[in-house]
Design a protein around this ligand. Structure first.
Ligand code: FMN
Length: 295
């Protein structure tokens, strides 16, 4: 439900311009322009709050959004070069000090994750933070068991056929050609007590989950995770995306139970966090594969 206070509205039409579905619309009434809410499109409202945020007269209210929670807009006190420097200095950190990350710092990192955009405007992404060493250990063990079962199944032609059918050729090829050859060694080293390459002995793991039927839920999770990563960078906490964790969280009943992850949700992104054991002294060049304008 959206309401326009006609006593305040000056019919500038900006709310309509910024609304992705043009739900506020300008109409002529008695030779006067007024803004009204489109009855045909009101059901398409994504509760993004842009109309409320932009209105110069503060004349518009979206029922699901509380005005008190809006903050006055300010020019960010960070300049382009500082942001580029932040991006350039971020490294994937895969070795962590045996030192906990204080919850106040984790909370700040999560504050950044909250602010990420979402595909539909719905705020359906959830995070699970695991900073308890015992739970991380339990999750590791269950994760390795899941990958060990998978390796066994991939050796069986019938099971292999059904796995490929279930996950599709692209994911199967990535699993077969990229993930499992490395995982073979990871499992070996873990069972020998040499290292834990799945969780890399991180003190904190953050999982980003979304309803299975949320359009673009996977993208939402990745972007939210990236916001968290950049905030962590500012707070001096190292991070790494971890693509080995989400599949086991989704597949293993025991891990789902451990996380209390509802059946209608899946984990689409995960990041490991902690204080970096080593300091990167240089940043390598990183470039996109191609940049071009179309005339
Ligand atoms: C979507 C995504 C998934 C990733 N998954 C993993 C992963 O499972 N394990 C890992 O060690 N690194 C993972 N990474 C980190 C990349 O390997 C890393 O970005 C790359 O090696 C470049 O290093 P840099 O981040 O320090 O620039 C992932 C990165 C992205 C963007």
């Amino acid at each position: 439900m959206i309401k326009i206070d006609q006593n305040l509205c000056n019919a500038c039409g900006i709310c309509s311009q910024v609304c992705p579905r043009h739900i506020p619309e300008m109409i002529d009434k008695d030779n006067e322009k007024i803004m009204k809410i489109s009855r045909e499109r009101i059901g398409l409202c994504m509760d993004c709050g842009h109309c409320m945020a932009v209105c110069p007269k503060d004349a518009i209210r979206v029922k699901s959004l509380s005005k008190e929670k809006f903050i006055e807009a300010q020019k960010p006190d960070i300049v382009g070069d500082q942001l580029i420097s932040l991006f350039k200095h971020r490294r994937s950190v895969r070795r962590y000090k045996d030192k906990p990350v204080p919850r106040e710092i984790i909370d700040k990192i999560i504050e950044a994750a909250h602010t990420s955009p979402t595909g539909t405007g719905r705020r359906s992404t959830g995070v699970i933070i695991i900073d308890d060493p015992k739970t991380l250990k339990e999750l590791s063990e269950l994760g390795y068991r899941t990958y060990e079962d998978l390796e066994k199944n991939l050796k069986n032609p019938i099971a292999r056929f059904f796995i490929k059918k279930r996950i599709g050729k692209k994911t199967f090829d990535s699993l077969n050609d990229f993930v499992m050859p490395g995982m073979h060694w990871y499992m070996h080293w873990y069972r020998e007590g040499k290292s834990n390459e799945i969780l890399r002995d991180c003190p904190v793991l953050i999982l980003f989950h979304s309803p299975i039927n949320e359009p673009m839920g996977d993208g939402n999770c990745i972007i939210s995770a990236f916001h968290a990563i950049m905030m962590a960078q500012i707070m001096g906490v190292g991070t790494c995306f971890n693509d080995l964790i989400p599949p086991v969280c989704n597949r293993s009943r025991e891990i789902r139970d451990l996380l209390n992850l509802p059946d209608d949700r899946e984990v689409y992104a995960s990041i490991t966090l902690g204080y970096s054991k080593y300091k990167f002294k240089r940043t390598p060049p990183r470039k996109l594969a191609e940049v071009r304008y179309i005339k």
